[in-house]
Design a protein around this ligand. Structure first.
Ligand code: BES
Ligand code: MN
Ligand code: ZN
Length: 508
């Protein structure tokens, strides 16, 4: 059961334009609302378009022109960048995303991206960051999930991409950046592959086997705990969730341990391979989407792989809890009381609030790795979509300064996050008459916050912690031009790797 290698397009950097099928040319818009004619091989074409206003370079748009043998390339793909003064990094990335979508739609095979066109009135100081953002946007959408088609499918996207600049220094500086972009894509594609895997193939055992393969390739330590070990660790809540399933739960522990690391970041991921709701069964409409309920674990996986490739100086541990939430004769029942690893007892009001149960034990276990900070990532509540929509990930935490660090990491990658309160007042709702606490209440008030406050009970004093509720940002997001439109997004992988990098830099 070994997997196909993660596919990414072939990319290179050159100082002269090769013969390709499609030239990709970013174009700015001027203050009068027309395309800027820059000095390049396509100036005449642009001049003509400018006169007829056929292409105004207003963001977001693209224009595809057949060149009929006039130029080196067969076609020209113009990419609108909008007004240069308004050019922020995410606009550049988004423009790259639109370019990719157009190239795929036009079935382009070999393309040359003209990076020098990204340097307008701003001068060369911004050349490298702009080239990198454009490459990110172009490439981060390069994902297709074809594993379960009966015939092998070749990735339907440009097979060779040449980034061209006449500026030798930019070419030299950009080459390593491009490598990192491809590493980020590779890591996100692992997250996406895992997230999209159906639950009959994507079993806890499958993810454990996959993790071992990737650990070897990326130089990570990898330990797998089965249910017997979980029992020895007294992980009553983790085991309770899986007790209705025929499949054995697995806890995957991955470790990136640089020799001189001073800090440890522990990532904890919810890996429910299928969430039927259990005895508190979900309605059948869209239940198939619950194969994605392990996206938190998949996100932590992508993050630790990327952190390893970036050689972050922080020690990073990922604890991924895989199990299946099923109704059966052996399943937990509403009203059952179960003891957690930390000794606290939980009355299970709703078996569909299972994510917090498995995370509770994993979070307690996370302290064994002496963390400087813990981040858990989970598709925890439908309520986060009600509160924040698909556009934004919900954050909760117990430490202002660490929360700021997580927010800063997200901002550096243009990934949207928003903090919700994690006040103890909310825990009053979680008290149980029978046990120390209950896992849900019978109304839908503050659903996301209640989930976070429940998790907080398992964080020990003095350990900074942030909970990321990715129930709606992890899958099926269509508003980010540089992410795939269906299934796992790969969101937050870059944020978490950036966090690990940042934690290492303030060691002193
Ligand atoms: N996996 C779900 C959350 C979810 C819902 C993810 C929709 C993605 C899309 C989670 O286990 C769940 O069922 N949560 C319940 C909690 C409730 C019973 C307190 C929910 O959100 O309804
Ligand atoms: Mn559930
Ligand atoms: Zn769930």
């Amino acid at each position: 059961m070994s997997k196909a290698p993660v596919k990414v397009p072939n990319c290179s950097v050159k100082t002269a334009s090769p013969a390709v099928e499609v030239d990709v040319l970013p174009v700015f818009q001027d203050a009068s609302g027309k395309a800027v004619v820059a000095k390049n091989a396509y100036a005449k074409t642009l001049e003509r378009l400018r006169k007829s206003a056929a292409f105004t370079a207003k963001f977001p748009s693209t224009q595809f022109l057949r060149l009929a043998g006039k130029g080196k390339a067969e076609s020209l793909c113009l990419v609108a960048m909008g007004v240069e003064k308004e050019l922020a990094s995410d606009r550049i990335r988004s423009a790259g995303g639109h370019a990719w979508a157009r190239l795929v739609a036009e079935k382009a095979d070999s393309v040359a991206v003209h990076l020098d066109a990204l340097v307008g009135a701003s001068g060369e100081a911004s050349a490298l960051s702009r080239a990198t953002a454009f490459a990110e946007g172009l490439l981060y959408g390069a994902y297709q999930f074809n594993e379960h088609k009966s015939k092998p499918v070749d990735a339907a996207w440009p097979k060779t991409i040449t980034f061209v600049t006449k500026n030798a220094k930019l070419a030299k500086d950009f080459a390593p950046e491009l490598k990192l972009v491809l590493e980020a894509l590779r890591a996100m594609n692992v997250t996406r592959d895992w997230s999209n895997q159906p639950s009959n193939t994507g079993t806890p055992e499958y993810y454990a086997a996959e993790a071992k393969i990737f650990a070897k390739e990326y130089g990570l330590k990898c330990t797998i705990l089965g249910e017997a070990e979980a029992k020895r660790e007294k992980m009553g809540l983790f085991l309770a969730v899986g007790q209705g399933s025929e499949r054995e739960g697995k806890i995957v522990i991955l470790e990136h341990a640089p020799a001189k690391a001073k800090k440890t970041l522990v990532l904890v991921g919810k890996g429910v391979t299928f969430d039927s709701g259990g005895i508190s069964i979900k309605p059948s409409m869209r239940m198939e989407e619950m194969k994605h309920d392990m996206t938190g674990a998949a996100t932590c996986m992508g993050a630790i792989l990327l952190a390893a490739k970036l050689k972050v100086p922080t020690r990073v541990v990922a604890i991924l809890g895989f199990t299946e939430n099923m109704p059966s004769g052996t399943a937990i029942q509403p009203g059952n009381v179960v003891a957690a690893r930390n000794g606290k007892t939980v009355e299970i009001i709703n078996t569909d609030a299972e994510g917090r149960l498995i995370l509770a034990d994993l979070l307690d276990y996370a302290h064994e790795f002496k963390p400087s900070a813990i981040v858990n990532v989970a598709t925890l509540t439908g309520a986060v979509g009600v509160a924040l929509g698909k556009q934004c990930c919900g954050l909760m935490g117990n430490d202002e300064s660490f929360m700021s660090q997580v927010k800063a990491a997200a901002k550096s990658k243009d990934e949207k996050v928003w903090e919700l309160p994690c006040w103890d007042e909310y825990f009053e709702d979680m008290r149980s008459d029978t046990a120390d606490m209950r896992n849900s209440c019978n109304d839908s008030m503050g659903g996301t916050i209640r989930g976070g406050v429940f998790l907080k009970q398992f964080i020990r004093k003095g350990t900074p912690w942030v909970h990321m509720d990715i129930a709606y940002t992890g899958n099926g997001v269509t508003h980010i031009p540089y992410f795939p439109k269906k299934g796992g997004t790969g969101a937050h992988v870059r944020t978490l790797a950036a966090l690990a990098l940042e934690m290492g830099s303030d060691d002193a």
